[in-house]
Design a protein around this ligand. Structure first.
Ligand code: ADP
Ligand code: MG
Length: 220
């Protein structure tokens, strides 16, 4: 599709800004989901972290430079986001999302991401979440959004889809994955303390992951 923007450094900054806006918009919903099966801080935690990430990008933006400011490549934007999330978001989600973005940044050491780069970005993020949290798919965590997103991206890239189409397939799979956490029993994180009573609620981290990946599509 000719109107698709290249997935370059300008896209990566637009992604993080859009993700921060989406998290802010859905902050109370995320907090309510976490109140139901956790401690009710996911929305406020993540909102604070994404706000800090945008402030970090703003502080490094220099109008005399290109659209990405001091960042030449998407990798720099995602790495700055990762380190900010690691430093500012407490609880489980900060280290998990920070690790996801840090590993994702390794796939972005190029001017413009190819379809395969997008698949690698999402694959690395999912591996980061899995290694850091040691959850399995089906444990009712954010991995239940990241992992299907990574698989959908890999499959879309293999069929010759454009980079934005690969991103869209991933975001759609993350939304479906987050929806499917409703009927799962939590086996990791605070929600696991509830055991069977965690069934009948969506996992907040899976929901925020879907919001973040939808923002990546919109930025393109
Ligand atoms: P906390 O649970 O410390 O209060 P948050 O409320 O910010 O942290 O984040 C909770 C989310 O973190 C959960 O909804 C889940 O998606 C995710 N999470 C918790 N533990 C794990 C884990 N071990 N692996 C993957 N994701 C996890
Ligand atoms: Mg919490």
């Amino acid at each position: 599709m000719t109107h698709e923007k290249p997935l370059d450094v300008a896209w990566s900054t637009a992604w993080i800004r859009g993700a921060a806006a989406a998290v802010a918009e859905h902050r109370d919903e995320l907090t309510a989901l976490d109140a139901a099966i956790g401690d009710g801080d996911h929305g406020t935690n993540l909102d604070r972290g994404m706000h800090a990430a945008v402030a970090k990008l703003d502080s490094q933006l220099d109008s005399r430079q290109g659209a990405g400011g001091v960042f030449d490549l998407p990798a720099g934007v995602l790495k700055a986001t990762a380190t900010t999330l690691l430093a500012t978001v407490g609880g489980a989600a900060g280290p998990l999302l920070g690790t996801a973005f840090l590993r994702a940044s390794r796939a972005c050491d190029v001017d413009v991401l190819s379809s395969q780069d997008v698949a690698t970005l999402l694959g690395e993020a999912a591996v980061g979440v899995q290694m850091r949290g040691r959850a399995e798919v089906g444990d009712k965590t954010m991995l239940d959004a990241w992992q299907p997103a990574a698989r959908a991206a890999r499959e879309a890239a293999a069929t010759g889809a454009s980079p934005v189409e690969v991103l869209r397939a991933a975001a759609n799979a993350a939304v479906d994955g987050a929806d499917a956490t409703y009927s799962l029993t939590a086996l990791r994180g605070r929600a696991s303390y509830l055991g069977a009573r965690s069934v009948g609620h969506h996992d907040p981290g899976a929901r925020s992951t879907a919001l973040i990946l939808q923002a990546a599509v919109r930025a393109a």
